[in-house]
Design a protein around this ligand. Structure first.
Ligand SMILES: Cc1cc2nc3c(=O)[nH]c(=O)nc-3n(C[C@H](O)[C@H](O)[C@H](O)COP(=O)(O)O)c2cc1C
Length: 424
């Protein structure tokens, strides 16, 4: 009996399909991918996804940090067999790659999180469900079989809601909880401000809340708005926005119009979704409520990483939210080495913000990241070609990483280290 043929590489698949006149679904170059998505998306949706805080200096700095480091390939090492897998919390992943938690995916595609869940499961890439998802985590989990998924938590003003989200995540088979620390307040998002557009006010990106029993029960006793009651103007635009948010709400449109439940849900969401008073002293609350690994996302300072370890945290995600929160904040690739040194191998350190190709994954791993998360690129692929587009994008990233690794002279991820890089 002949040995089974190895699966066709993504690269060979593209070229062979080209012989039959078939082109990739989504552009392969990250700039052309973004440009194609920009043409397809509404101006508001594109601005929300692409935008950063302030003058977007940190969005640029994230990329510049990758540009400043160059790979120094080594020759004449047998790289005929290449192993891109890594181990993370007891799971073997096909590559050091996860799909970052991204909220309001309905801005990119009507199937939103569900399309990403299916694509990620197919690719074996863990998906991190967002607190601001457009589809409830239960529906996404049901579409993923046994594929890995994590849950990202925005710590609400209601501890009961935090507890409920975590319980639901456990019930959904999530294998880790990611607490995002950098968004207790929404950053100064210049593009969204210029368009005066915030999706949550239109009932988008609140699916985890309107499907939650604790949140729904809280509607009977609404919290006061954080900045005081806003002056209301009623005109054609507000009526349009009201219709939009009513459509976004689960259940019948007319029943929702009569009950005003969608408006009540948005108001309650705005009043409670985050807690800027959060401190280190709150972490034991979460620690006591789940046995799942807890990761802190948004760590940029080595002292914060050390403090996280003192609190029994299981992993760190070095992130600046893709430059969406503090304009002028340090690039994540620049912050990574000091955090890795502080953690000293005790827990895995992951990173995100600016990952656009296989070389970026390689550079992050070389500086000590166990894995990286990719954000915007998969949203663009989603906008362009739904689930199939996201699947293709994830496979492209893994294929690009595998080739970069092999061509740099590394047969496995464990061979990638700081000596593989030089400062440009
Ligand atoms: C449109 C958009 C929505 C996001 N929503 C969330 C979210 O709900 N929770 C979260 O922790 N991070 C969120 N992030 C940040 C991502 O998880 C990730 O940190 C960031 O996108 C990485 O940078 P990149 O887009 O340059 O890859 C969001 C990012 C984008 C672009």
């Amino acid at each position: 009996m002949s040995a089974p043929r190895p699966p066709l590489s993504r690269q060979s698949e593209v070229y062979l399909e080209g012989m039959a006149g078939k082109k990739p679904l989504v552009p392969i170059h990250p700039r052309r991918l973004e440009e194609a998505a920009r043409r397809k998306m509404t101006p508001e949706a594109y601005a929300y996804v692409a935008g950063g805080a302030g003058a977007e200096a940190t969005v640029q700095a994230n990329r510049a940090a990758f540009e400043r480091r160059r790979i120094v390939p080594r020759m004449l090492r047998d790289v005929s067999a290449r192993d891109t897998s890594v181990e993370l919390f007891g799971r073997t992943l096909p590559a050091p790659l996860l799909a970052a938690p991204v909220g309001v995916l309905e801005l990119a595609h009507p199937e939103a999180d569900l399309a990403v869940a299916r694509a990620a499961a197919e690719a074996g890439v863990p998906m991190v469900f967002s607190s601001q998802a457009s589809v409830a985590m239960e529906a996404c989990a049901a579409a993923m079989g046994a594929a890995p998924r994590w849950f990202q938590l925005y710590w609400s003003r209601s501890d009961a809601l935090v507890e409920s989200f975590v319980r639901r995540a456990e019930g959904c088979g999530c294998e880790a909880v990611v607490v995002t620390l950098d968004t207790t307040l929404l950053g100064w998002r210049t593009r969204d401000l210029e368009l005066a557009y915030l999706p949550f006010l239109r009932g988008k990106g609140i699916a985890q809340y309107v499907s939650d029993p604790v949140f729904l029960a809280s509607l009977a006793d609404p919290a006061p708005p954080p900045g005081g009651a806003a002056k209301r103007t009623v005109n054609l635009h507000t009526l349009g926005a009201f219709a939009e948010l009513t459509r976004a709400h689960p259940g019948s449109f007319w029943k929702n119009v009569r009950s005003k439940a969608p408006l009540a849900a948005v108001q309650q969401f705005i009043a409670t979704y985050s807690r800027p008073s959060l401190t280190w002293d709150d972490l034991p609350f979460l620690r006591a409520r789940t046995k799942l690994p807890i990761l802190l996302k948004g760590i940029l300072h080595p002292d914060d990483a050390r403090r996280a370890l003192d609190h029994g945290i299981d992993g760190i995600i070095v992130s600046n939210h893709g430059g969406r929160q503090v304009d002028g904040s340090i690039a994540t690739l620049d912050a990574l080495p000091a955090v890795v040194a502080a953690v000293d191998g005790r827990v895995p350190v992951l990173m995100d913000s600016g990952i656009r190709g296989g070389a970026d994954i390689f550079k992050a791993v070389a500086l000590g990241a166990r894995a990286v998360l990719v954000g915007r690129p998969y949203v663009y692929a989603l906008a362009l070609a739904g689930r199939a587009g996201v699947h293709e994008l994830l496979r492209n990233l893994v294929a690009d990483f595998e080739l970069t690794m092999g061509l740099a002279g590394c047969a496995s991820v464990s061979e990638i280290n700081a000596e593989c890089l030089a400062e440009a």
